[in-house]
Design a protein around this ligand. Structure first.
Ligand SMILES: [Zn+2]
Length: 173
């Protein structure tokens, strides 16, 4: 008899927009830790500070309040947006850029932090990485999807930022 042991959810794999990935502090639970990725489920604190991350990832509210403290990062800010919620507005994006002085990347997450769409280096919109999302979006007539190859070289179709992310959110809600 084969006994299957269901392993508890280990957390989602975090895909860093920059390759090679720098030291990253993630400010929410539900991701897997690696040598370079450390999870701080309580958010930004002394421990996170001591980790000296070159980039941080988390939901907009947390990053926005950190931004008010104003300190520089070396690599990137990754903003998690969620299925059913709004994307990052140009104003928020600008504020993060002003405080941290590094590129801002949006990552669109589904349940269990599954990466659905991710913003690339070229900031040409969010590449759809989940086939589930792709099929939903393609089956929805009139949903604008950019199929031209992105300047970053990634052939995956893109959702352009802003209102379209909100549209996608509405679709997935
Ligand atoms: Zn791209």
């Amino acid at each position: 008899m084969v006994v299957r042991i269901r392993r508890p959810f280990q957390g989602a794999h975090f895909v860093h927009p920059i390759d090679p990935a720098p030291r990253t502090a993630i400010l929410v639970p539900g991701f897997r830790e690696t040598r370079l990725v450390r999870i701080f489920p309580q958010g930004w604190n002394e421990r996170a500070k001591r980790f000296r991350p070159a980039s941080i990832a988390g939901p907009l509210e947390q990053l926005a309040s950190l931004a008010r403290e104003g300190w520089p990062l070396e690599q990137a800010v990754i903003v998690f947006t969620y299925a059913g919620g709004p994307g990052v507005s140009p104003r928020d994006r600008e504020a993060l850029w002003q405080s941290f002085g590094v590129p801002v990347f949006e990552q669109y997450l589904g349940p269990r932090n599954k990466l659905l769409a991710t913003e690339c280096d070229a900031h040409g919109g969010l590449h759809v990485v989940s086939s589930l999302v792709l099929s939903m979006v393609s089956s929805c007539e009139g949903f604008p999807l950019e199929h031209e190859v992105c300047p970053c070289g990634n052939p995956a179709p893109r959702i352009t930022r802003g209102s379209r992310i909100d549209e996608l959110a509405a679709l997935l809600a």
